[in-house]
Ligand binder design. Structure first.
Ligand code: NAD
Length: 439
């Protein structure tokens, strides 16, 4: 047990089991990436836990350890993976079909990837409409499905000997729903599971099963899942950390880099038009209006929160913000995102910014999955429970305490993340005031 005046952090002994509903492009790129890094075939580019340093104390002290040497994180060698999917392909076949990583690299990883066979999914066509697969659990009540998932988790723990577990949703985006009466309290939710309430989605059944099994939960998609009073009550009751929603990768990542910069210089924005083409399975699911609505809500919220039109009406009150996602199969996972930003400066004179980001969705998302599972496991060992706002850095629509607006500015988010790590280890928080250097 490492101790300091703030927090006691349990050691990282034993294996860390990573449980993932959904074994598509993101999951296979993440798992294959970890296996490649472990074998020295590639570097974990994009991962803050693996590459970033953290400054400690004054700038004159020269103390900048790597984050992974500063806080006790699970080692890549100690990760084991368990997944669920509606398709029967093993991880090697699914990675091959996703078409993100090149065949020669995948061939070198065939043995560990082919050994990962997805467990049968809890699936509901009402929530994800465009895909159909055979690897699903037999019809049963939602509570029985939750119990089957808890059995899967128990068996995975026994089979792998994992000392600790974390679950992260990398399944498809479910159709847009707002919280219903069944999400008000844990009691209502459990009653709804028994009665097959249609407002309970598959991702919520996975989250319930995870939390009941003592497993922290992260949500990589924009739908509600644990962002409901019922499941937050369960997380607090079981002393488990949770976080979400929706990995901040391509276009929204760019937005949260640029918008804070424009606002910092008090430059106005008339309009922001964002459009994408992508051709992977995620793009196909998002072609359904219900799933797109979940994504749209999550993508739209960031800009409004960053620009704060209520505080700066002369700069942002009339902003026209539009987001489009177009399914275009020829591109596969190699998404292209265009932004046209109409801004104005001194005396109202107009200017334009154009961004054309030729990105790779899953290459951007995979390191976020790695960081999130390692940090969520750290939070669990540090006794932190409920919403982990310090992990907002990774999300398009960060979860917060009720009534608190989310922080979207990526630089504030990074400061919050690093200060939380300093706080965990009893180091001085860094305010960037710096007057002491000039005394
Ligand atoms: N790639 C990114 O940059 C990015 C960014 C933000 C969010 N996301 C989200 O991450 C998720 C995964 O993205 P992806 O590109 O890997 O998508 P994908 O379509 O390749 O994979 C999703 C997988 O989930 C499976 N699935 C759907 N419902 C399931 C269920 N109930 N149980 C088990 N499996 C289920 C599907 O069969 C599919 O194989 C999506 O929700 C996506 O919106 C991705």
């Amino acid at each position: 047990m490492s101790t300091n005046e703030n927090v006691q952090i349990a050691p990282t002994e034993g294996k860390l089991g990573i449980l993932i509903p959904g074994m598509g492009a993101v999951t296979t790129t993440f798992i294959a990436g970890v296996e490649a890094v472990k074998r020295g075939l590639a570097k974990p580019i994009g991962s803050v836990t693996q590459l970033a340093t953290i400054r400690l104390g004054k700038r004159t002290e020269g103390r900048t350890p790597r984050i992974k040497d500063f806080v006790p994180l699970a080692r890549l060698e100690d990760l084991v993976f368990g997944t669920w999917d509606i398709y029967e392909d093993n991880c090697y076949q699914a990675a091959d079909k996703a078409g993100v990583l090149e065949t020669p690299l995948l061939a070198k990883l065939k043995e560990p990837l082919a050994a990962i066979q997805p467990m049968r999914a809890v699936f509901d066509q009402e929530y994800v409409r465009r895909i159909h697969g055979p690897n699903v659990k037999p019809p049963a009540s939602k509570m029985e499905h939750a119990e089957m998932l808890m059995d899967d988790i128990r068996r995975f723990r026994e089979r792998t000997g994992a000392a600790r577990l974390v679950m992260i949703w990398c399944g498809s985006t479910e159709v847009f729903h707002t919280p219903a009466p069944v999400h008000a309290t844990l009691k209502d939710f459990e009653c709804g599971l028994q009665k097959n309430d249609p407002e309970i989605s598959p991702s919520q059944i996975y989250a319930y099963a995870a939390l009941k099994s003592g497993v922290p939960y992260a949500n990589g998609a924009p739908h509600l899942t644990v962002d409901t009073p019922a499941l937050l009550e369960l997380a607090r009751e079981r002393h488990l950390p949770v976080c979400g929603k929706d990995f901040k990768t391509g276009q929204t990542f760019m937005k949260t880099l640029i918008a804070p910069g424009l606002k910092s210089r008090m430059l106005g924005v008339h309009g922001w038009f964002s459009t994408n083409i992508l051709g992977n399975r995620d793009g196909e699911v998002l072609d359904d209006p219900g799933s797109f609505k979940s994504k749209e809500e999550s993508k739209l919220s960031a800009l409004e929160q960053i620009l704060q039109p209520d505080l700066y009406p002369e700069l942002y009150e009339h902003i026209y913000h539009k987001v489009r996602i177009n399914y275009y199969p020829p591109r596969g996972d190699a998404k292209e995102g265009w932004d046209n930003i109409d801004i104005f400066g001194w005396l109202g004179y107009p200017m334009q910014i154009k961004i054309d980001f030729l990105c790779r969705d899953s290459i951007l998302a995979a390191p976020l999955v790695l960081d999130l599972v390692l940090f969520l496991d750290l939070a669990q060992r540090a006794g932190m429970r409920g919403v982990q706002e310090w992990l907002s850095f990774y999300f398009k629509a960060p979860m917060t305490a009720p009534g608190l607006y989310p922080e979207h500015d990526i630089f504030i988010q990074l400061m919050k993340l690093k200060n939380t790590l300093r706080w965990m280890r009893g180091e001085t928080l860094i305010t960037h005031l710096g007057l002491e250097y000039y005394d």
